[in-house]
Structures are given as structure tokens and as C-alpha cells.
Design a protein around this ligand. Sequence first.
Ligand SMILES: [Zn+2]
Ligand SMILES: [Zn+2]
Length: 351
Amino acid sequence: MKALVYHGPGHKSWDHVPDPTVSEPTDVVVRIDTTTICGTDLHILKGDVPTVEPGRLLGHEAVGTVVATGDAVSTLGEGDRVLVPAITSCGRCGYCKRAMPSHCQAVGGVGWIFGHLIDGTQAEYTRVPYAETSVHRVPEDVTDTQVLFLADILPTGYEVGVRNGNVKPGDTVAVVGAGPVGLAAIMTAGLHGASRVIAIDRVASRLEHAKQFGAGYTINASETDAAGIDARLAELTDGLGVDVAIEAVGLPETFETCARIVRPGGSVANIGVHGAPATLHLEELWIKNVTITTGLVDTTTVPMLLQLVRDGRIRAEQFGTHDFPLDSIDEAYDVFANAGRHNALKVVLKR
Ligand SMILES: [Zn+2]
Ligand SMILES: [Zn+2]
């Protein structure tokens, strides 16, 4: 088959590789019908994720069709259409039993293994371990593009941002960073009754997307300074600050912005993938009764999000701005890596 092979920092190619096969009784093999590229893949290509070894097939989000099943698989069969999420769940370890497969012990202690510790989904076929407890059947009445982004970004924005941030009816929520994951938090904040959603970013085109995803207010951080952001937020929150500040960038300064703009009793929910230490201003925070959360997505909310997609409450297909055939994946990477120039959010790759 053909697949996208990582050859070390800065190098990848669309190569001929051996077809995957069932190697454990709980495996299935899935033909990839639709997949996408994640910001994490760009981090891997920069060399930021050294646990990804050269030779690894990248990708951790897909919709596909089951073509082979292991002997222990009884609830999935050939021809079944499934969503393959970013997180693998054995269903049996202590973390999986407490609905936290982000730390599944059976797959090495971190549930994100596709395109990381095992071969991934940017390929014509992929082997899916612990398939019955990991994949989700896709109902006939939804398209691949409607469900594809439930593999990672939508549950990430919802679980790690909105749910961990404990957004409540009437809350004012600021989302710092309006990339795909920040937009997913904006899109799902309304599910918990957020009253005002404020998007903060440095790029005007992203803020335009944020409005389409449900932000009622935007602040362009490139046109003002910290004092300007604080003044605008004070206007929008009766001087109190926001109830929930969601960090969706992963830089020290954006985390510190969130800790500064949250009101007493509020929450800071960090989603961003950080590569450098951020300063925690406990000298200001200790008296504010602020809750700070972090996390890797569990994807345990996929069934709920899927129901909302079916009922038209979430238009997840809005993330897919550019379509490519799977074998044009190099071009798709170029567009996604230069998303600002192409006004791209996520690319959709189809077989
Ligand atoms: Zn991802
Ligand atoms: Zn597990």
C-alpha cells in the first residue's frame, strides 16, 4: 500500500510500504476512506516529538471501512464503517475503566499511539488495536467529513476546554487562540450554556472564522497590548474578568494571559501543547479561588458529539476547508502548514 512515512525531522514521503495485517486477536484492519492532518503532525515533522521514530507512518484521525478482524472481535465485521479516534482504549485497565483512556496502561500509558508509537492513519490501510473498545460505528446518515473531526479536535476542544473548564449556563468564556482546537472549544461552549464567547487571537482571518463558529466578540491581540486586552474584557465582564479562560495556543504568554483575565472563582482550562515553561503567578492567583486544569483528550465524549452531529446541533464539517485525494498528501501538508496564507482550517483527504 501507499502511506506517509516519517523519515526524521524535516523529512517525509508518500511511499510503498507493506500492507498492515491483524497481529493480535483484538485488532481490526481498516481501509482508510477519509483522513486529515493535525497540528501535532507538524510538531512531529519539526522534531518536537522525539518518541516518534523514523519509519513511522503518521496520522491519528480517520474514517474507514473494516476489511479484516481478529479472532476475538465479535461486534465489528468486514464492511463496517468506523471512526478511528486519536486515542486507543483497551477498555480493561484502571484508566480505561475510569473513562480516562488518555492514559491507557495496556498501550504504554498514553492513549495516543497512532502515528506516534504505532503506524497511523495517513495511509491506504491501518491496523487498529483494541478495536472494539476504541472505534465508533458511523451511522449511515452522516458523511465522513461530518464525523472526521470527532476523531481529535472536537473532543479536545470540548473535553479539555469546555468540560474541564466547567463552563456553566450564563458564563462568559474567553478562548485564547482561534486555531482548529480553539474553534472547537468555541463551537461547543454553547452546549454548556455559555452566554458570551470571546475569541482572542493575533490573526484577523482566524477571528473571522471564530465568529462563524459562535464567538460573539473578538479581540485582535496584534492590535493592542495586555492592558488593551484587559480593558476590553473589563467592558465585557463588568470589570470582573471571564468565568472561564481556555488556552488553545501552547505558549507561555497565552497561558499567562488566561491566568490574568480569569475572575475570582473562575477556571483556566489549558488545552495548548506547551514546549517551554510558563510562569504561574501564584502571588496573584492564591487569593482568587481559581481552578487550573490541564489534559490530553480521552475521546470518551465522541458518542455524545456524534449524536449532536446527527441532529444538526454541531456542524463539524465546517472545519474542512480544503479537499485532496489521499495521494496528494504532500500538497495537503503544504496547505495545512501554511494555513494562514490559504485561509485553511483543516484539510480533508479522501481515497
Ligand atoms: Zn491531533
Ligand atoms: Zn486501557
